[in-house]
Ligand binder design. Sequence first.
Ligand code: NAG
Ligand code: NAG
Length: 761
Amino acid sequence: MSVPLSSSKQSTVFLLRLCLLKPQTSAIPYYPLHRHLSTEPNPPPQDEESLINEAVQLFQVLEDGNSSSTQLHQLLFSSSSPSSPGIFRQITRRLASSSQALEFFDYIRSNSPSRELTSLSFTFQAIFELASREPDPQNKLLELYRTSKERNIPLTVNGATLLVRCLGRAERVDEALAVVDELDPSLKNTHFYNVVVALLFRSGRIVKALNMLDEMLQPGADCPPNDITGDVVFAALSRREWCGRSISDKEIVGLVSKLLQQGVFPDTFKLTQLITKLCRKKMIGLAWDVLHDVMKAGGTLEAASCNALLTGLGRDGDFERMNTLMTEMKEMDIQPNVVTFGILINHMCKSRRVDEALEVFEKMKGVSGLSVEPDVITYNTLIDGLCKVGRQEEGLTLMDQMRSENKCMPNTVTYNCLIDGFCKAGEIERAQELFDQMNKERVFPNVITLNTLVDGMCRHGRITSAVQFFDEMRSKGLKGNAVTFTTLIKAFCNVNNIDKAMELFSQMSKDGCSPDAIVYYTLISGLSQAGRMDDASSVVSMLKEAGFCLDIVCYNVLIGGFCRKNKLDKAYEMLKEMEQAGVKSDSVTYNTLISYLSKTGNFATAHRVMRMMIKDGLVPTVVTYGALIHAYCLNGKIEEAMKIFRDMSSSSKVPPNNVIYNILIDSLCKKNEVELALSLMEEMKAKGVSPNVTTYNAMLKGLRENNLLEKAFDLMDRMVEQACNPDYITMEVLTEWLPAVGETGKLKNFVQGYEVSVSTA
Ligand SMILES: *[C@@H]1O[C@H](CO)[C@@H](O)[C@H](O)[C@H]1NC(C)=O
Ligand SMILES: *[C@@H]1O[C@H](CO)[C@@H](O)[C@H](O)[C@H]1NC(C)=O
């Protein structure tokens, strides 16, 4: 026969209890368990202890049916036996199982009918405790709960708490809440409220949770909040995602300030978590209020919570409040740490206020007695900031400083920032020198280093060097990635070296680098632009085989390419495919089609497409109108062109640009409609659209045909005024015309006007 709780088990419990009652230095919140255990009674005195043990043994033997119950009856119910009120509960606790405990309970009830209800309630609670540690606790507890109701034994608050918590854990929230409703309200205590509120928050029943909290937060409430209430609330507010309805700004501030009024403060961890969450949800004003409420209520603040808010403010670009907070930290003696300085420096560098960042950096070095040493991350942030605003020379100086002053060695990131800076400035040699230095210092380049240099070289027209460098790195074991290949492929496409681009593309797979969608897009765009539509189509098939989809930009490039090759059927095929793939045409798609259709004289269709465009909710742009106007002009249909032009300014709100004016003026002059062309020149002036030399040349040619000298002089004056330089066409027109009509002087003045304006400029 086994004794339910052996002495060795007891000592384990004792040790556990000791561990849980450690002093408050532990970072793990231990309150809940501590509280839970502290509600347990003190261990019973010695004579009671032996009575309990004896009773447990007797009851178990009685169960076996071998002994008469008289011994037990005498022990428990004779007038001489000690009758501590909790004695039955103690015995129940030590029985082997909840079912045995229930039998014991019935034994007591039938042998001592006079037992008061409270004592029975407490005994029943002990059965709950046993059941909660057995397998399938939820169903067992629910069964016991039903039994207790059948026998008219009211639940104790701890029993109810146990039940609610257990059901809540199993996500049987409705059953748990039914228990809450049935519990005698006068029994409820703060601990019970805490458990229920936590459950309500967790299951997204926000309104109920807030109502319950409201009850607790009333002045003079029976169950005022305690630290655990605070933990529950702050944890709920800072949960990453709220399930159920969201908690409004007002409710958050209201809750926090009411808790603070009752002396319930969040610990640093919870507060930091809440502030971080609010900042992430772009509720920065609210985060600010919460932190300041805690500050005003006299709670302890640490740098971590302030850092969270500083990060949020930085991301929001609210430099003023960052400053205010820094000042407040100083006033309140909250020591900034290396993270605080890092946030400030990072924020300032990102918003290109490098000088202010350098100031903070100097301050940081000046803070004595703090373990605030600038580290390699701080230096890298600053060097990157300097390089991004074109101050790479200062960045270089800072790298030397970091070595000498702080014994802080530059790493790959440091070098990458500097190399990028020099590449952007077009100083490719300096960038390469840095790369060599890097190797000497045994700082290993990574793929970003490689990509930065390859990109820099390509941007500055050194594609051959870029490929050489790339090959060299490859032979040394530093392989490129999709970005490297994209950069090179794009560069070769740009200089129309499609074969080399294709070669790189096939090399990519050989190198074991699988192409991403962007590589495909780059190649398709390059091929389409070069008019190699068959190749483009085969790359499209490869892209699809690789499991990627075309995007709208790619479709547009392809449609444009097919149009230029006069393959309208192919272009329509693409359109149909787009529709099937659920990619919506944009104004570029429509403009491409309208431009092609009108250029080929297919005006009726072009107009139909334009109507479709409008039906699709898109607004024709200046490009749409320009395409039509240009095509009408090319087809000699000036009246149609002018009609579109008038429509454009009246019905739509698209102001014509100088491309459109130039086309019209040129065409009008060629058609000898000089007066109309001149009126367009006036209109341009009125609308503030600047003519350029192309406009003037077209106009001057038209005037010459009609020998309108005075108008030509006006225009020549305007050109000088506008500092619009004549080109060889202007000079050709004027030197053929003016001397022939005896106006050599005017021509001389015109040319001199430029000499003057050049010398004064
Ligand atoms: C009663 O106890 C004896 C030993 O003391 C044991 O052999 C017997 O099986 C028990 N009887 C019952 C009914 O359990
Ligand atoms: C003048 O403007 C038109 C339209 O913007 C443009 O096509 C043309 O190249 C410009 N001419 C010169 C010389 O810049």
